[in-house]
Ligand binder design. Structure first.
Ligand SMILES: C[S@@+](CC[C@H](N)C(=O)[O-])C[C@H]1O[C@@H](n2cnc3c(N)ncnc32)[C@H](O)[C@@H]1O
Length: 242
């Protein structure tokens, strides 16, 4: 039985699809999200490189050029066909695009050495299910990088209606939940993932056409996650989903 909040998922996915289809402009811009290069820099300096990467909920693919710098093979998935269609053609030619529901993907167990989940944790009504699924498709020695926006950024509280004790609907359509470190670590429990390290990152983004009208500041805690070696690896497509 889905919870009241996770039942918001289909409407949430439709809202993103309508947004991407509403304009030929990039909603998120052409540059990688502000935390990505600074967070990966120490890993790259240490010679870190990955064989198979997944940009989970890639949107219009603004982060794919960075993934192509650190991985041999890159897949990009999103629920929105309109978003996937907007990935620039030179990038699209070098990756594999997959329409997906992050809670139930078609990827194999342990398929990826590196998963990026950028600016998406806070937008998922069914976050625990998605994290369990990403754990399933992550290799035993793989890592997952994600950011978790904190309540202090410019975007929290603006045009947001509460939907329960902790979450909001932005402009009546888009689900958002802002979490502090302890909240996210509590969500992680039971997903089979553990945090190896985290740090606060702040950056500025330009307005997003049709979504956010002015330049704004982001503040997120960025996490490096890995499979919990103490927990048994889930197996089979969608295993572990409730
Ligand atoms: C705020 S956007 C972030 C896009 C991209 N990661 C970036 O950093 O530009 C959130 C994305 O999550 C996607 N999404 C939402 N729910 C999803 C689901 N259940 N499965 C796959 N993608 C989903 C939306 O279509 C949207 O592209």
């Amino acid at each position: 039985m889905p919870s009241a909040v996770s039942s918001l998922d289909p409407a949430n996915q439709r809202a993103w699809e309508a947004l991407y289809a509403s304009t030929s402009r990039f909603i998120w811009g052409a540059d990688a999200v502000g935390f990505l290069r600074p967070f990966l820099a120490p890993l790259r300096q240490a010679g870190w490189r990955r064989r198979r990467a997944l940009d989970a909920a890639t949107g219009e693919g603004r982060n794919l050029r960075v993934l192509l710098e650190v991985a041999d093979e890159v897949k990009a998935c999103d629920a929105s066909p309109a978003a996937l269609a907007k990935i620039p053609t030179d990038v699209a030619a070098r990756i594999t695009r997959v329409q997906c529901d992050l809670a139930h993907t078609s990827f194999a167990d342990g398929e990826f050495d590196f998963i990026l989940l950028s600016d998406t944790v806070e937008t998922l009504p069914n976050l625990p299910e998605v994290l369990r699924e990403l754990r399933r498709v992550l290799a035993p020695d793989g890592v997952l990088v994600c950011n978790v926006p904190e309540p202090e950024g410019d975007v929290a509280g603006v045009e947001m209606e509460p939907v329960d004790g902790t979450a909001f609907l932005y402009r009546g359509s888009y689900y958002f939940r802002f979490m502090r470190e302890a909240d996210f670590l509590a969500v992680l429990k039971g997903t089979g993932l553990v945090a190896l390290r985290s740090e606060i990152q702040e950056w500025t983004e330009a307005a997003h056409p049709g979504f956010r009208d002015a330049e704004h500041r982001h503040r997120s805690r960025v996490f490096l996650l890995a499979p919990d070696q103490a927990s048994a690896a889930p197996s089979g497509r969608g295993a572990g989903a409730s």
